[in-house]
Design a protein around this ligand. Structure first.
Ligand code: DC
Length: 227
């Protein structure tokens, strides 16, 4: 096995990326890097500080004075820190989810985030990164790339189930989640900088009718063969 090994996993919301990326990282003892969490953390800070999300100059200044960090607990559980404050749960709120777009479409902010992602991965040498642009922008020379996908209804169903498990009394409906995901897909796919796109050399997996275990086995086998 070479010294470094980068696994890139991209795909839309609800495609199973996080579960698979975490599982693969744990199985092979690689570092897990959740790149979406970084965009989410900066979004949270902008919202808390009342920065106008349309004001790109202010957002870029905010990014310059923000420190985002990840700490790993056992089993690849990840804690996300925003200027040393644990924001692991706060960055998952629907408000943050709906506003990430403003942060994720800014080229200067993306450059900063990409640098952070690359330096984290390089420091640890072997890493699994999940996001939207890992195979196309962050690590176009990744050792292996996957693009996980699933039909919209299935992805919304997964998110709805997750939400119900977390907040049993949630008032958010399945339809609402489906609409939100569909809008987020469109925004992620159509933005000018680093849109959600499958790298030409990525392995495409449609997870609609597959269990997590089945997807994991497929990805694990491919990674094993590439090592
Ligand atoms: O993976 P996630 O749902 O936590 O990502 C949140 C948002 O961040 C997503 O809507 C798009 C953006 N994102 C991105 O633009 N590039 C990445 N590499 C990861 C996430």
């Amino acid at each position: 096995m070479k010294g470094k090994f980068i696994v890139a996993i991209d795909g839309p919301a609800g495609s199973g990326k996080s579960t698979i990326a975490k599982g693969i990282a744990q199985h092979f003892n690689f570092l897990y890097i959740d790149t979406g969490a970084m965009y989410r953390a900066l979004t949270l800070k902008a919202m808390e500080e009342g920065v106008d999300l349309q004001d790109t100059n202010k957002l870029q200044l905010l990014a310059d004075k923000t420190k985002i960090d990840m700490k790993y607990l056992s089993g690849n559980a990840l804690k996300v820190f925003l200027d040393s404050r644990d924001v692991t749960l706060a960055i998952r709120s629907p408000e943050v989810t709906n506003n990430v777009f403003y942060i994720a479409k800014d080229a200067a902010i993306r450059k900063k985030m990409v640098n952070l992602q690359r330096s984290l991965a390089k420091r640890h040498k072997k890493a699994v990164l999940e996001g939207r642009d890992i195979g196309t922008v962050v690590f176009p020379d990744a050792d292996i790339k996957f693009f996980l996908d699933a039909q919209l209804e299935e992805r919304a169903g997964r998110r709805f189930k997750e939400l119900k498990e977390r907040e049993s009394k949630t008032k958010v409906s399945f339809k609402q989640i489906e609409q939100d995901i569909s809008q987020r897909d469109k925004k992620d796919e159509s933005r000018k900088v680093a849109p959600l796109k499958m790298a030409v050399d990525a392995i495409y997996i449609d997870t609609t009718n597959l269990s997590i275990k089945e997807v994991f086995q497929k990805v694990r086998e491919k990674v094993e063969n590439a090592l």
